[in-house]
Design a protein around this ligand. Structure first.
Ligand code: FES
Length: 112
């Protein structure tokens, strides 16, 4: 993961399972903990623009609240038959907070 830029998420991280929108350097993303594991994914549903942080998780899938399309938290793939995916981002938990990893090229595109 040497080609990643780690960016601290400057927001309070709740205990237990949660799902919420976070802003990382001006970019809205969806941060969640499901079954004790923190995940960071894009916040806009590729189907029709639903806000994924308004959804919920079930059995390792993130469910969009609008039409209930679902996405694997581990690899971002849509459920069978959907033919779509969401972007997922590496997360690192340190003593001083949670960090999001962006490929350096992607980080430049997002944040200049
Ligand atoms: S907008 Fe997310 S499932 Fe349709």
């Amino acid at each position: 993961m040497a080609d990643l830029h780690w960016y601290k998420i400057e927001e309070e991280i709740p205990e237990g399972d949660f799902i919420r929108q976070v802003v990382v350097a001006g970019k809205k993303l969806c941060l969640l903990r499901h079954d004790g594991i923190i995940h960071l994914v894009q916040n806009t549903c590729p189907h029709a623009g639903g806000i994924l942080s308004g959804g919920w998780c079930k059995e390792g899938m993130l469910i969009c609240p609008i039409h209930r399309y679902s996405y694997h938290l581990e690899n971002g793939r849509g459920a069978a038959g959907q033919g779509d995916y969401i972007n997922i981002y590496p997360v690192r938990v340190e003593n001083d907070g949670v960090y999001a990893g962006f490929r350096k090229s992607l980080f430049s595109r997002f944040f200049g």
